[in-house]
Ligand binder design. Structure first.
Ligand code: 8X3
Length: 253
């Protein structure tokens, strides 16, 4: 029986990936801030797939809460095969000179510090078993910067750097490290970025076919199920209608 721990499971790529792995018979530990949604998803996973789902509600921005909740995982769930660091968000798309410092802090605290807090607890368990796979959800924004992307892009560049560093430092323990870098994906991402402006969020994904959460979940599943001697280091995927982080520029509408 294989176990995956996924952060940020209350919607989008996190939720789709949890369901995908559960459908394939994996046991899933799912974490998110939104307790109601998380418990609803855990029940859905159990009833639809028959796999076990362990929900843990906490905010990855809160170091103490993250450490406490992860350390409370029952022993029989601690042999985690795959950690998917998925929790992350974008807030705002202002030019940097007009940026909101609270938005910057939320992105830095979630996308960088949260990923580190979670990994710091789980890595020793993988090191002890000399086995494991850490998959970091980055973005095309981790490869290129675009106008208005400033701090969000910086956080995803940091994820890419951490991803490379983890692969070096964990090499001797046989732990795989992969980054998955999607482009425009039709999830709540834009709704959060545009702070609830659903018209703007909708326009970001209209007029072309964006990636869907399931498309990314499939790629993550593929990466996680290669033979033990194969590690996919980095995967960049975009909708066919998107060449890179700059083209198209619909995100700024
Ligand atoms: C989300 C994709 O292209 O809006 O990370 O930065 S993008």
């Amino acid at each position: 029986m294989s176990i995956i721990l996924i952060t940020g499971v209350s919607s989008g790529i996190g939720k789709a990936t949890a369901i995908k792995f559960a459908q394939q018979g994996w046991d899933v530990i799912i974490t998110a801030r939104r307790k109601d949604r998380l418990h609803q998803i855990a029940s859905e996973i159990k009833s639809v797939t028959g796999s076990s789902a362990l929900p843990l509600d906490f905010d990855v921005q809160n170091r103490n809460e993250t450490e406490q909740r992860l350390n409370s995982i029952p022993e029989n769930w601690k042999s985690i095969d795959v950690l998917l660091n998925n929790a992350g968000l974008a807030r705002g798309i202002s030019a940097i000179q007009d940026g909101d410092i609270e938005d910057w802090e939320t992105m830095i605290d979630t996308n960088i510090k949260g990923l580190l807090y979670v990994s710091k607890v789980i890595m020793p368990w993988m090191i002890e078993r000399k086995k494991g796979h850490i998959i970091n959800l980055s973005s095309v924004a981790g490869k290129e910067v675009y106008p208005g992307g400033n701090v969000y892009c910086a956080t995803k560049h940091a994820v890419d750097a951490i991803n490379k560093a983890m692969r070096m430092d964990l090499l001797e323990y046989g732990i795989k490290v992969t980054s998955v870098n999607p482009g425009m994906t039709d999830t709540e991402f834009s709704l959060v970025r545009f702070k609830g402006d659903s018209g703007r969020a909708h326009r970001a994904y209209s007029g072309y076919e964006p990636l869907h959460a399931d498309d990314v979940a499939e790629v993550i599943y593929f990466a996680a199920t290669r033979p033990s001697h194969v590690c996919l280091n980095e995967i960049i995927l975009t909708p066919t209608a998107q060449a890179n982080a700059i083209l198209p520029i619909k995100r700024t509408l």
